[in-house]
Every structure is written in structure tokens, then in C-alpha cells.
Design a protein around this ligand. Structure first.
Ligand code: ADE
Length: 225
């Protein structure tokens, strides 16, 4: 998979790709990530990328020209399966979306800043809009990093068996069951006997029950879907 990310803050977004699972995916050649600094497409000596919004109101808007030039340049080089805009005013990212995106070849991600981008960019280029939650970040960079992490770890070959994505929370719309490691007793608190029993069908059954119970308590909305 190739991911291109357009941003005004390339330094802010790079670190998650230089560590942990995304670094591993890139080193294994399973993912390729390219950052495009919007400032390089900025207008005039000050490399302007934003302007006041028509109609008045606080907050600047990212202008059309720098973004469209950057996108057109990338589109001339390859086709994209999705051109994604990270924004809080969109449907929230979930595991199903991450699963679908993990099967794509080329993804282009546009990150917003300030009040966002001129609506005409969204109308002309964007094929999918994604929020990572009902709160507003300073920019879409951290949101794009979250999206990439959720997607890239699912590319076949990135995770080893020991970290298989199939048992993650949300893969079956359930939260994960509790997990334990050594010691088997801490401060009088014991690991549930079933996990020490060696009876794997029963352990599986217990984990499913726990996952269901936890989901019912914390995220009953997941069970309604
Ligand atoms: N940009 C700012 N806030 C965001 C959010 N919650 N999700 C995606 N992009 C954003």
C-alpha cells in the first residue's frame, strides 16, 4: 500500500511512522508513506496557504490553489483508490472502515487545519471524509496518523501471529475480554482459575462471555448494530 499525506505540519505527523508497527510495515516494504508539505505549493513570497472566510467569522480556511496543485500533481502520477479528508464533521472511523481501507493500493489523505478547507476542494476531489471522534483537534495530522495506524497494521504480513488483528476489540463488534500475565496472584487478586486450567474450549467460551459482558456494560451501542 502507498499512502500520500498532504499537510501543513509534516514534522508533527512523521514520528508515528518512525516507530513500532508502522515502522515495521514500512521496513518490510508492505507500506510506503510520503508526506507533501502544502507550504511548498503556497502562494507568493510568504507561501500563503490560508485566507479569511467569505461571510466573516473567526478562523482561516485553507485555500483551493495550493491543495488542488498538490492533488493534481499526485493524480498525474497515479490513480488513488480513495482521496480522504480528515475532518471532525464526518462519519467516525470504525474497524469496518479500517478493514476496507487496508485492502487498497493507493490512498491519498488530506489533513485540514484552522477552519478546514474550502468546500470546493471537498466537492471536487474528496471520495471519503473521516473523523476520529467527536472532538476537535488543532489539525488533521494526528487524526491521519491514527487512521494510518489502524489501517496499516491490518495489511497482511504486518502483524505476526502473536498479535493477530482477528482477536482485536471491535473485529466482531465486541470489546476485548480482560487479559492477565504473570504473576498469577497480585495483592490478593488472583487470575481467574479458568485461564490456568489448560481447557482451551472452555477458555474461549469464558473470553466470549467476558467480551459480551464488558461490551454490554461499557458500549451497549455496539450490540445494537
Ligand atoms: N481534524 C480536527 N479534528 C479532527 C477529528 N476529530 N477527526 C479528524 N480530523 C480532525
Amino acid at each position: 500500500m502507498r499512502v500520500d499525506i498532504i499537510t501543513v505540519e509534516p514534522d508533527l505527523i512523521k514520528s508515528p511512522f518512525e516507530n513500532s508497527m508502522m515502522k515495521r510495515a514500512i521496513e518490510k516494504g508492505l507500506a510506503e508513506v510520503h508526506f507533501h508539505n502544502l507550504r511548498e505549493y503556497g502562494i507568493g513570497n510568504y507561501r500563503q496557504v490560508d485566507d479569511y472566510q467569505f461571510g466573516g467569522g473567526a478562523g482561516m480556511v485553507l485555500m483551493i490553489k495550493p491543495i488542488s496543485e498538490c492533488i493534481e500533481k499526485l493524480l498525474a502520477e497515479r490513480d488513488y483508490d480513495e482521496i480522504i479528508y480528515m475532518t471532525p464533521d464526518a462519519k467516525t472511523l470504525n474497524q469496518a472502515t479500517a478493514n476496507t481501507l487496508s485492502l487498497k493500493e493507493n490512498i491519498l489523505i488530506l489533513t485540514g487545519h484552522y477552519k478546514g478547507v474550502d468546500q470546493r476542494i471537498r466537492d471536487k476531489y474528496i471520495t471519503k471524509e473521516i473523523s476520529i471522534g467527536d472532538y476537535v483537534l488543532t489539525g488533521g495530522e494526528l487524526a491521519a496518523a491514527v487512521l494510518c495506524d489502524a489501517v496499516i497494521r491490518l495489511i497482511p504480513g504486518v502483524l505476526g501471529d502473536e498479535t493477530s488483528a482477528l482477536t482485536d476489540s471491535f473485529q466482531d463488534n465486541l470489546l476485548s475480554p480482560p487479559v492477565y500475565t504473570r504473576p498469577s496472584e497480585f495483592d490478593g487478586m488472583k487470575v481467574p482459575d479458568i485461564l490456568l486450567s489448560g481447557n482451551f474450549p472452555k477458555i474461549e467460551e469464558w473470553r466470549n462471555e467476558q467480551a459480551y459482558k464488558r461490551t454490554q456494560e461499557i458500549r451497549p451501542d455496539l450490540l445494537e448494530d
